[in-house]
Design a protein around this ligand. Structure first.
Ligand SMILES: [Zn+2]
Length: 329
């Protein structure tokens, strides 16, 4: 089968679509024909080998966010089902897994980082990672739920978001921002988005500002910073007394300073967030229909043009980059 493979010494110049052996179907695994996926910062990190724990195996098939069609049956997944692939590898036995936090598994990690990913024609994966989706779910949305939407939803859960609260979302047009806006709006929050793109209003933002134009007197109960250093100071400056700042991405840098006195005098909370649980993904699949969630696509590339897609990623202006797997049959 064809697969997007990165080889040492890493980098997009060492990323190629090549012929690799078909996957072996192990015990309790389901064979899934991959339909499409989306590019995320996590894929950029895999390709560039910018990860804390290292990429394995090498050479490595990239791609963390995918959906497909089951080609074999298991206990609950049946041949022909459209399925999302939950993008975490976990052992189901450690204390974090047992408390419903398999995304923090002590012996696990991210699908596509600590295991081969899914930008290829077929994968074999345990049934515990597969979630059936309705036949009428839009393909682009299906390709955006397991990383983009799940990360956003989990961040709102971590923030204990409540109706009528004010939320300020930096990176409103980004992979996760677009979903944070829609879900926060659907949950009844007043949504303030920071973006240069006016179109984020169409996704539920009540107010949209460029970074330099955020009102000085705007204080939010919840601030979402998925972008890192460049927005850190603004994130803290616009956090209301008793507010919660949720952070989960570092595209603009990994460091930020903090006034400890402000933290305790104002009882602010800074909350880290990563991925999401399988239960949250299950909820999200239902919410997709109830809340009419949608994604926005900047461009679609067939698997053969993965290198063009990766080069386009930092330049994207209007939503997601979708990778489609054209199948031989
Ligand atoms: Zn575990």
């Amino acid at each position: 089968m064809k697969a997007a493979v990165v080889r040492e010494p890493y980098g997009v110049e060492n990323l190629k679509v090549e012929e690799v052996p078909d996957p072996q179907i192990g015990h309790n695994a389901i064979l899934v024909k991959v339909n499409a996926g989306s590019l995320n910062p996590v894929d950029m990190n895999a390709i560039a080998n910018r990860t804390v724990y290292g990429i394995k195996p090498m050479p490595h098939i990239v791609g963390s966010e995918i959906f497909g069609t089951a080609e074999t049956s298991g206990r609950t997944i049946k041949e022909g089902d459209r399925v999302l692939v939950y993008p975490r590898i976990f052992d189901s036995t450690c204390d974090n897994c047992l408390s419903g936090r398999e995304y923090l598994c002590r012996n696990g990690g991210i699908f596509g980082i600590i295991s081969n990913g899914g930008f290829c024609e077929k994968i074999a994966i345990g049934e515990q990672n597969l979630f059936r989706i309705p036949d009428d779910m839009d393909d682009d949305l299906a390709a955006s739920l397991t990383v983009g939407a799940l990360t956003a939803y989990h961040a709102l859960i971590r923030a204990q978001a409540k109706p009528s609260e004010k939320i300020l979302i930096f990176g409103g047009s980004g992979n996760t921002g677009l979903f944070a806006i829609q879900i926060a709006k659907a949950m009844g929050l007043e949504v303030h988005a920071v973006s240069r793109k006016e179109w984020v209003r169409d996704y539920g933002a009540d107010y949209v500002y460029e970074k330099s134009e955020i009102p000085h007197d705007l204080y939010a109960d919840i601030v979402i910073n998925s972008l890192g250093s460049a927005f850190w100071e603004d994130s803290l400056n616009h956090l209301d007394t008793g507010g919660r700042l949720v952070t989960f991405g570092v595209q603009t840098g990994v460091e930020g300073s903090l006034k400890l006195s402000s933290l305790y005098v104002r009882e602010e909370k800074i909350i880290g967030s990563t991925g999401g649980s399988r239960k949250e993904l299950m909820d999200l699949i239902r919410m997709a229909k109830i809340y009419s969630l949608r994604t926005k696509v900047h461009a679609r590339y067939p698997l053969e043009r993965i290198v063009d897609a990766v080069n386009e990623f930092p330049k994207r202006e209007n939503g997601r980059i979708i990778i489609t797997m054209k199948q031989g049959s």
